[in-house]
Design a protein around this ligand. Structure first.
Ligand code: GLN
Length: 456
């Protein structure tokens, strides 16, 4: 049924870069056989899933939305993908994304944009717009995304889906093509909070192949989601973050946010206002730390090891450096080049302390703000994104306007705390979905699920 749906709508939506109909049907048939024998591998056995094209999939192309990886077929699975297979989830295919996960609209994909199923003239968010659009358009019931600065939560908000960024280290990053190692997390994209909890339990847990993987059991997320669905938040302290709202946020987004907070009060929650003064510097710090890590990660695309190799025009016997230059020039898009330049500059000798060092200090201040806020509140809430989905082309030539979409989501990545985005309703001005973000302390992902399920 999902393959049929992909056939019907994906020409218009373009959520997928690669569909593996044969593989998915074979995996589904195996799940049917298990069911007939009375065994299942997991609660999600036989439920199909789409995977963001930044995760390595054995035998399936993995491009990261970039021309530089065109034609690369990984010889191994990312741990998150291996766990999907072990739990019996058929893999439908790979979803579109901004090149190397840089962007908030999926317009920076080298393979053309994905469109928002709510309005095909609008963006589905990014960088994981393909995963969010696939779930919103009923092409897949579940998807995997990755969130470095908001790329699961912001597409969730603008497509009316649920998106989770787990605690940093909760889901293995092995086989995830790194954008920024200290910020990246793999997480669920679904239509309900309970689905997200079920999927998170499949992919989460310690992995010796990721040195930052947490060595502790995953909290009981499914139980937390079920508990939240009862709609009782008695005794839960909810902190409204003063700095994440107001100026720059669309009226309709703020109206749905206020209503959702009122719902929490009605459910018995105690609501307090908290201030996180350093959050106003989060975007600036992120856009130094991220390009620094990304420029170093992308150095491995040297025309020798993976995918594309371009020979320079008119050079008879090109050197390795000339081949590398021609390949990177042709293979990387403008946004990727912009960030390589920014990151290389920020890390260059003489500027290191002024930029990268300074940004790391801001990162510490943001963590201190979170620590203080979580003394007063069990969870923190804000709108997920400042606006609903904007029109294709509206911000693509204005990097700063694009970066501002992540204002509310970036602090969680800088500090490692978990966050969920759940639909909060449709904005009055345009009838498009808005999202509520719920943040919790490190390793308290269960709180995101409980509160998210209570208000979804
Ligand atoms: N939009 C942000 C960026 O461009 C976030 C990306 C992400 O989370 N992968 O960096």
């Amino acid at each position: 049924a999902h393959l049929d749906r992909i056939g019907e709508v994906d020409g218009a939506v373009h959520a997928f870069l690669h569909v593996d109909a044969e593989g998915a049907l074979a995996q589904a048939a195996a799940a049917d056989e298990r069911r007939a024998e009375g065994t299942t591998l997991s609660p999600l056995d036989g439920v199909p899933i789409a995977v963001k094209d930044v995760l390595a999939t054995e035998g399936l192309p993995t491009t990261c939305g970039s021309k530089i990886l065109e034609g690369w077929v990984p010889p191994y699975d990312a741990t998150a993908v291996a766990r999907l297979r072990a739990a019996g989830l058929p893999i439908l295919g790979k979803t579109n994304m901004d090149e190397f996960a840089m962007g908030s609209s999926t317009e920076h994909s080298a393979y053309g944009p994905t469109r928002n199923p709510w309005d095909l003239d609008r963006i589905p968010g990014g960088s994981g717009g393909g995963s969010a659009a696939a779930v919103a358009a009923f092409e897949a019931p579940l998807a995997l995304g990755t969130d470095t600065g908001g790329s699961i939560r912001q597409p969730g908000a603008v497509t009316g889906t649920v998106g989770v960024k787990p605690t940093y280290g909760a889901v293995s990053r092995y086989g995830l093509v790194a954008l920024a190692n200290s910020l990246d997390q793999v997480g669920p994209v679904t239509r309900t909070v309970l689905d997200a909890a079920l999927l998170h339990e499949v992919i989460g847990g310690h992995d010796p192949r990721d040195s930052t993987s947490i060595q502790a059991p995953v909290p009981d997320l499914v139980a937390a989601a079920r508990r939240g669905a009862d709609g009782d938040l008695t005794g839960v302290r909810v902190g409204v973050v003063k700095e994440l709202g107001g100026d720059g946020y669309q009226d309709g987004v703020l109206a749905r946010f206020t209503e959702t907070v009122d719902l929490m009060v009605a459910a018995g929650a105690e609501v307090v206002e908290v201030s996180c003064p350093s959050f106003v510097h989060a975007l600036a710090a992120y856009y130094l730390i991220l390009p620094a890590e990304a420029s170093s990660n992308l150095a491995k695309f040297d025309a020798m090891r993976y995918g594309l190799r371009v020979l320079p025009d008119g050079v008879a016997d090109p050197s390795a450096e000339e081949v590398m230059r021609a390949t990177r020039d042709a293979g990387f898009g403008d946004e990727v080049k912009r960030r390589i330049i920014l990151g290389t500059y920020a890390l260059s000798s003489g500027y290191y302390d002024a930029y990268y060092g300074q940004a790391q200090k801001v990162r510490t201040l943001i963590t201190r703000d979170f620590d203080a806020a979580f003394e007063r509140a069990d969870v923190l809430v804000s709108p997920t994104a400042p606006t609903t989905a904007f029109r294709l082309g509206e911000k693509v030539d204005d990097p700063l306007a694009m970066y501002l979409n992540d204002l509310a989501t970036i602090p969680a990545n800088l500090s490692g705390v978990p966050g969920i985005s759940v639909p909060s309703g449709l904005a009055d001005e345009d009838g498009l979905p808005a999202g509520l973000q719920v943040l919790a302390p490190v390793q308290a992902d269960d709180r995101c699920y409980r509160v998210g399920a209570a208000v979804e």
